[in-house]
Design a protein around this ligand. Structure first.
Ligand code: FMN
Length: 201
């Protein structure tokens, strides 16, 4: 009988092996990295960017980097599994800063001819002053630049991404618009995890 504690310890020790090794496996699985990047002059697109980032963080194991387009480095871009780009609508399209960011993918980061962004997840968000002033064109232009880079584009929040009307009868960013931005971030993280690990953990 004096060996009973030893036997029990051995039994529970052996039984706990699988969960220990599972935890070790989870810890060694690289997390999904999502880069959320944006241009914003008066802060509206920045608020949406923060909400996209917080949505992405809701999926455990997601690392999120939030940066203005001008601050993104080659390392930020190439180490990311997903890139979410946000722009204010300028003349019914993405702003010049955001367009320059995409042009810099070649000028600064040399993505072509190897297609270094290939198979990364991409998504878009936009804010515009007017209800029908070009938010969808802006998001589609962002997605078009991503498709040209052979990225896998996804939507979320709205049909083409998350968007907000910021002037007139709908000043600033409201709760529903922030919720859409969070949903977009969450979906991007989920799809990225599915592509990287075969499932959203
Ligand atoms: C140069 C310029 C052009 C703009 N053109 C449009 C436009 O075509 N359609 C629209 O809905 N809003 C337009 N806007 C309004 C901005 O898109 C809107 O205020 C946006 O929310 C600003 O984002 P931010 O606060 O992140 O800078 C324009 C603003 C500027 C400064």
């Amino acid at each position: 009988m004096k060996f009973l504690p030893v036997l029990l310890a051995l039994f529970f020790g052996v039984c706990s092996f699988p969960s220990v090794s599972l935890r070790a496996e989870e810890a060694s699985t690289p997390s999904v990295k999502v880069l959320v990047t944006y241009h914003s002059l008066s802060g509206h697109t920045e608020r949406m960017a923060e909400a996209v980032a917080s949505g992405a963080k809701e999926l455990p194991g997601t690392q999120v980097l939030l940066k203005r387009v001008g601050e993104v480095t080659a390392e930020d871009l190439f180490s990311s599994d997903a890139v979410v780009v946000g722009s204010p609508v300028y003349w019914s399209n993405m702003s010049g800063e955001v367009k320059s960011f995409f042009d810099d993918w070649q000028f600064k980061f040399g993505v072509f001819p190897e297609f270094k962004m290939k198979n990364k997840v991409g998504a878009a968000f936009a804010t515009g002053g007017q209800v029908s002033g070009g938010k969808e064109v802006t998001m589609l232009s962002i997605l078009a630049a991503m498709l040209g880079n052979q990225m896998i584009v996804v939507s979320g929040g709205g049909a083409f991404g998350a968007s907000a009307t910021t002037e007139g009868d709908s000043p600033g960013i409201d709760k529903g618009e922030l919720a859409d931005a969070r949903l977009l971030g969450m979906r991007v993280a989920e799809i990225s995890a599915m592509l990287k690990h075969g499932q959203a953990r």
